[in-house]
Design a protein around this ligand. Structure first.
Ligand code: ARG
Length: 473
């Protein structure tokens, strides 16, 4: 709790200005340390002040607060916000959290009217509102970052619509595909992440403010007004649930976890592709690092870190799930443990998305190497089998068998399928003609895969245009 100099030596003498009436002594130093959240929840200051503005305005409209007090509160909140934004605000650990830090400073600035702001409100509905506002902003920000990432991927896909590379299953060369097609696979993955963001946002966009401590309030508040002011679709419907719900934080961490699975898989491919053995990609200098001992090295550290940070994001999700799993209704202080995982996972993922976007934007692809490798490992064997079906009318199972025998023959000879002579092919099936050679090249192979969602360069070009419409417009 490094920011807190004013109160770190509290020995139990000073009672709290906020609830001192009930206590003879203030908290011990250890109590203060375990209890305080200001070290991290100060990140909620803008949301906290925004919520207070809406609440104060509503209290005035409802005649619960005088116009004068309302005006003083709103002006005071502006000043507090300016102080915090400019770094002049002194956060106090003795004041525990952002809510009480703001209110206490408001009292310094405007006097007694500050004490009326907390009418018909509790920190329980306040913190739920603040965190929802924060997560909602984070969702919107992340959606924008992912859109930028998709824009880069689509641009690279267009550029490499016809670049041939091996496609893999089991990390074994399977069939030739196009690099553009591979990039568009990433675009789809990120598209689903963005759709999860939309779902989460829609579901969570209900305002808990006005639930008060847990039971609602006897004051004639207008929850529709505060909900609208804060950009929520509507108020939440049950006060008990309102202060105890952290589903939105769990969903946010859940969708971040799935996103981090995606980024980690892409990062893993980058690591493999950047190896000398593959040489499919060259990560730009500004995203590579060297070795302190091996001068030749060019390590894909950023990709490895994206891969590694997935563990950290899953940890945040598991952490909060565990915090929540045994809590009876309604609020429990355990729930103060919701913020650090949310903030950490959010920062981590924004950084990872930025790193991946930068790496994909600036990487160069080993186009010649990819093409050379695309035909290795008999990757056009399926094209040969399909030809036997299409032209010789063999049942696919027989075609598979004939092709298998030809692969074996080529393997024994140490050559590719296209290097076998027509006579050699005919020794396996006498009906084969030299038309077969047309399907054995990798370019022909990818060009023929024109089924919906297939890898043909023409498809990829059309899919790029479609992806722009779906994701970037
Ligand atoms: N700092 C607290 C949190 O983050 C705010 C709510 C405190 N409520 C209470 N009844 N102690 O959860």
């Amino acid at each position: 709790m490094s920011d807190d100099n004013n109160a770190s030596n509290t020995t139990g003498n000073a009672t709290s200005a906020m609830w001192g009436g009930r206590f003879k002594a203030g908290p011990s130093a250890v109590m203060e340390e375990i209890n305080a959240s200001i070290g991290f929840d100060k990140r909620l200051y803008a949301q906290d002040i925004r919520g207070s503005r809406a609440h104060a305005s509503m209290l005035v409209r409802q005649g619960i607060l005088t116009e004068d007090d309302g005006k003083a509160i709103l002006e005071g909140l502006d000043r507090v916000e300016t102080e915090i934004r400019s770094g002049r605000f002194e956060f106090s650990r003795a004041l525990e959290d952002i809510h009480m830090n703001v209110e206490s400073r408001l009292r310094d600035l405007i006097g007694d009217a500050a004490g009326r702001l907390h009418t018909a409100r509790s920190r329980n509905d306040q913190v739920a509102t603040d965190l929802k506002l924060w997560v909602r902003d984070a969702l919107d920000g992340l959606d924008g970052s992912l859109r930028d990432f998709q824009a880069v991927l689509i641009a690279r896909a267009e550029e490499h619509a016809a670049t041939v590379m091996p496609g893999f299953t089991h990390l074994q060369a399977a069939q030739p595909v196009t690099l553009g097609h591979h990039m568009l696979a990433y675009v789809e993955m990120i598209g689903r992440d963005r759709s999860r963001i939309r779902d989460c946002r829609r579901r969570m966009n209900e305002c808990p403010l006005g639930a008060a401590a847990l039971a609602g309030t006897s004051f004639p508040i207008d929850r529709d007004f505060t909900a609208t002011q804060l950009g929520f679709d509507r108020p939440t419907q049950n006060s008990l649930d309102s202060v105890s719900d952290r589903d939105f934080a769990l969903e946010y961490l859940g969708l971040l976890s799935i996103l981090s699975v995606h980024l980690s898989r892409m990062a893993e491919e980058m690591v493999i592709w950047a190896s000398q053995q593959f040489a499919f990609i060259r990560v730009s200098d500004d995203f590579s690092s060297g070795s302190s001992i091996m001068p030749q090295k060019r390590n894909p550290d950023a990709s490895e870190l994206v891969r590694g940070k997935a563990g950290r994001v899953f940890g945040s999700l598991m952490g909060l799930l565990t915090v929540m799993k045994g809590l009876p209704l309604t609020y429990g202080k355990d729930m103060q443990e919701d913020k650090e995982p949310v903030f950490d996972a959010s920062d981590t993922m924004e950084l990872c998305v930025a790193a991946m976007t930068g790496m994909f934007r600036s990487a160069t692809f080993g186009v010649a190497r990819m093409k050379a490798d695309a035909g290795k490992g008999f990757t056009t064997a399926t094209d040969l089998a399909d030809w036997l079906v299409r032209v010789l009318n063999l049942p696919f199972r027989d075609a598979h068998h004939v092709t298998g025998a030809l692969v074996k023959m080529a393997e024994d000879k140490g050559c590719g399928l296209e290097d076998l002579s027509l006579d050699e092919m005919r020794s396996v099936n006498a009906a084969i003609t030299d038309a077969v050679f047309a399907v054995l090249g990798v370019d022909n192979s990818v060009a023929s895969r024109t089924s919906l969602g297939g890898t043909a360069p023409d498809n990829v070009k059309a899919q790029c245009a479609h992806a722009r419409e779906r994701f970037l417009s």
